[in-house]
Design a protein around this ligand. Structure first.
Ligand SMILES: *Cc1c(COP(=O)(O)O)cnc(C)c1O
Length: 370
């Protein structure tokens, strides 16, 4: 029996990603597939790099997209920068900080993991004490910790990295396109994000950027990086320079991210940050109006990802199931230590609209019977 063609309904994606894809991005994704070395694809990649520089607020020459989701960018940054035995300091106050530490360990680093309380940003002073004045290759942190809904300001980490002689690596998977991010002004050396959260494309690409210092370190490796697929030297020979074959990159994903980046820049970054801030605050106020408790104090709260505590006696899976079945709305459950304890409501990219705020609040009111 051959299955029937897939029937995929329209839903409203208000979880921690993917976010709803704009119609013009879906249209761009379905343009004709071309070869990965077609001049038109190479030109689209050049334009994409330039737009990613604008989104990241950087002049970094090495700014491109790895094939794969956000985690591919995480691996690309760590696997290219870490040499076996390097000391790496990771500030972890959530699930993705722990993932950073785990990948650094697998890359052969000697990892100092500074664990902070979930629901608050990491304490930079504690990290400084944990480092104990030693020399480190990298300091790593998550800008927008999606498991807890907490914003960590990366700017103060530059001074710490300088004291330790380290490069600064930042996870911007849930921050790019949603909240202020200034790669050059904040002195970030390596950064990665994704296509499917703040930029509202489909999953499948990870924008990365390396500072000149990071590039120098990668170029100076005596031993090539253990990853072939994500080797930045090889990838840069495809994105720039000689433009030879490295892997069969998806032209369609490049078209989609190209359109998503265009939409973000057309709106303007400041306007986009303001839209997320305004609607995130509206959602937070509305949730409190329903008598729900938020997971993060207002000053550290992410506008694009709101964490709500599940009230005593309320069935997590039943509520999320009802939202999906009755209203076609997806929200996220908890991850790691927060599994079963919180819901995560995303208002990211094209999903951050007044209509979606009203929709999720009224649907929650109905499902919770409040
Ligand atoms: C989603 C996310 C990741 C992982 O990205 P994938 O696209 O799922 O691979 C990493 N870090 C943070 C902060 C995230 O929110």
């Amino acid at each position: 029996m051959i299955p029937a063609p897939l029937l995929i309904p329209q839903r409203v994606l208000l979880g921690p990603g993917p976010s709803d894809v704009a119609p013009s991005v879906l249209a761009a994704l379905s343009k004709p597939t071309l070869g990965h070395l077609d001049p038109l694809v190479l030109r689209a990649m050049d334009e994409l790099s330039e737009m990613l520089r604008a989104l990241y607020r950087t002049r970094n020459e090495w700014t491109f997209a790895t094939s794969g989701t956000g985690t591919s960018g995480m691996e690309a940054c760590l696997a290219n920068l870490i040499r076996g035995g390097d000391r790496v300091l990771v500030l972890a106050h959530g699930y993705f900080g722990l993932r950073l530490a785990e990948i650094a360990r697998r890359c052969g680093a000697e990892v100092t993991r500074v664990e902070g309380a979930w629901g608050r940003p990491s304490d930079v002073e504690r990290a400084r004490q944990a480092a104990g004045g030693g020399r480190f290759a990298l300091v790593c942190a998550v800008h927008a910790e999606t498991s807890t809904g907490v914003l960590q300001d990366p700017a103060p980490l530059r001074a710490l990295a300088d004291e330790l002689g380290a490069l600064l690596v930042v996870d911007a998977v849930t921050s790019l396109g949603c909240v202020p991010l200034e790669v050059d002004a904040w002195g970030i050396d390596a950064i990665y994000s994704c296509s499917q959260k703040g930029l509202s494309c489909t999953p499948g690409l990870s924008p990365v950027s390396f500072s000149p210092r990071a590039v120098e370190r990668i170029r100076a490796r005596a031993q090539s990086s253990p990853t072939f697929y994500l080797d930045a030297n090889l990838l840069m020979a495809y994105w720039g320079g000689p433009r030879g074959y490295h892997h069969t990159a998806s032209s369609n994903l490049y078209y989609g991210l190209h359109e998503a980046a265009r939409l973000a820049l057309e709106e303007g970054l400041e306007a986009r940050w303001e839209r997320h801030a305004r609607l995130g605050a509206e959602l937070a106020a509305g949730l409190e109006g329903l008598g729900l408790e938020l997971g993060v104090a207002a000053e550290h709260r992410l506008p694009q990802l709101t964490v709500v505590k599940i009230p005593e006696g309320v069935d997590d899976a039943a509520v999320r199931g009802a939202l999906l079945e009755r209203f076609g709305i997806e929200i996220g459950g908890g991850l790691g230590a927060f599994k079963g304890k919180v819901w995560r409501i995303g208002l990211m990219g094209s999903g951050a609209s007044p209509r979606n705020v009203a929709l999720v609040l009224s649907a929650l009111r109905a499902v919770l019977g409040r």
